[in-house]
Design a protein around this ligand. Structure first.
Ligand code: NAI
Length: 259
């Protein structure tokens, strides 16, 4: 079946990102998966991609219903070869990439003086250098199309800092600089580049924190609750679809947590 036929049969009548091809890294679970679900609901063709091949397949299978168009392509964002393979496979399947969400990320928290070089490097590699590796081959495709939406998942920590997360803060602050610079370099080609900076979101990443720490953070959230992965996905949808005159922006989605 050709892509065109698949699209016609997809059953997505409307949608803010209809037929657009979206790659979401680290989308096997958590925020990435929620982004995939929202973009699918709005008519996109979605690539589920995670370092964990089994989770990639399972998530893609679960989302692939009601005429949705989903493929699962495992990829380790710290490995250039794996990234090139993933992008090549997506282009072979669908011929284009309209939306890239650099979402894969990890934490290795520690106070600065106790932080090992391994903890520092792992977080910089997975949260920052990964964006360099994934965005490069995707931008080649977007430049030819003269259209693209790059959305990087940063963090409140990258904007305001957070004790115990110097590696993560540096990586996410770096990602914000990356976002703003690409916005300047690629605006003339119809490509926007924005970041979403989530606050405290209920996923596996935060579920590993102690109850005491969770309550301490919640005390600082004016809206009085953790955010949901869907709260972040709605912001991504805006930047991918209706927010076409927005570029170089950092959209903080944090319930008012600004410290
Ligand atoms: P999560 O841990 O639930 O999901 C992250 C996903 O990324 C996992 O499926 C994991 O397998 C995948 N991943 C990890 N390393 C990878 C690699 N090298 N290559 C490909 N995939 C890889 O985390 P969550 O909360 O969904 O986080 C998603 C993004 O949101 C991350 O960039 C995180 O830093 C960011 N974020 C999360 C916040 C939160 O409160 N949960 C707050 C601020 C930002």
């Amino acid at each position: 079946m050709t892509t065109e036929t698949q699209t016609k049969q997809s059953g997505n009548a409307g949608g803010k990102v209809k037929d657009q091809v979206a790659i979401i890294t680290g989308s096997g679970r958590g925020i990435g998966r929620a982004i995939a679900e929202v973009l699918l609901r709005e008519g996109a063709r979605v690539v589920i991609s995670d370092i964990n091949a089994e989770v990639t397949k399972q998530t893609a299978d679960e989302l692939n219903k009601d005429g949705a168009q989903v493929i699962g392509v495992p990829c380790n964002v710290t490995d250039s070869e794996s990234v090139e393979k993933m992008v090549t496979e997506v282009v072979a399947q669908w011929g284009r990439v309209d939306i890239l969400v650099n979402n894969a990320g990890i934490t290795r928290d520690n106070l600065f003086m106790r932080m090992s070089e391994e903890e520092w490097q792992a977080v910089i590699d997975t949260n920052l250098t990964s964006a360099f590796k994934v965005t490069k081959p995707v931008l080649k495709v977007m430049s030819k199309q003269r259209f693209g939406r790059i959305i990087n998942i940063a963090s409140t920590t990258g904007v305001h800092g957070n004790a115990g997360q110097v590696n993560y803060a540096a990586a996410k602050a770096g990602l914000i600089g990356f976002t703003k610079t690409l916005a300047l370099e690629y605006a003339s080609r119809g490509i926007t580049s924005n970041a979403v900076a989530p606050g405290f979101i209920d996923t596996a990443m935060t579920q590993k924190l102690s109850e005491e720490n969770i309550n301490k953070i919640l005390d600082k959230v004016p809206l009085g609750r953790m955010g949901s992965p869907d709260d972040i996905a709605q912001a991504v949808l805006y930047l991918a679809g209706p927010g076409s005159y927005v570029t170089g922006h950092v959209l903080e989605v944090n319930g008012g947590l600004y410290t």
